[in-house]
Design a protein around this ligand. Sequence first.
Ligand code: HEM
Length: 152
Amino acid sequence: MPQPQPSLPPIRSARPAMTQEMIARTGLSEAVLTDLVHGFYGKIRVDPELGPIFAARIADWGPHLERMVDFWSSVALMTGRYHGAPVPKHAGLPVTWAHFERWLDLFRETAGEVCSPEGAAHVIERAERIARSLYMASRDSGRNDGEVPSLR
Ligand code: HEM
């Protein structure tokens, strides 16, 4: 007779079986993702390069952190909790790829601190992929205000 599994953390998910499989494989959970998000944005906020870019746009960090836990729950555990649209939010940011590299460095560092090695690899791979698409969305923002883009 197989022994009953130890109870897994309760989690609301649009795809409960996949979510439970990912939790079991990566050791990620709502608690770990909450620590990841809070630890990561704690570093972002005091970073000399990235801190001011966020501070100029986020007045109230509470709702942003909640939204980011929902985002990582959706991305890492497929819970379907995040319903936003990140691309337009990044389209006008004054950033280069170097800013995204710095973002990824801080994310990798925090993931290494709060996740299991499997969990860290799981979230880092997804962050790297999403960073590349968001960078594409932000590329044009280097133009000066009012400058007409070259259509050639
Ligand atoms: C240089 C890198 C980045 C900068 C400066 C940046 C900055 C920001 C800022 C300022 C906001 C708040 C926008 C607003 O509410 O008006 C935001 C939201 C968000 N960011 Fe980033 N971001 C960066 C990279 C990333 C990456 C790599 C990811 C994903 C892996 C990400 C995911 C998100 C999400 C999901 C939101 C919430 C969008 C919503 O309102 O639903 N960001 N970001």
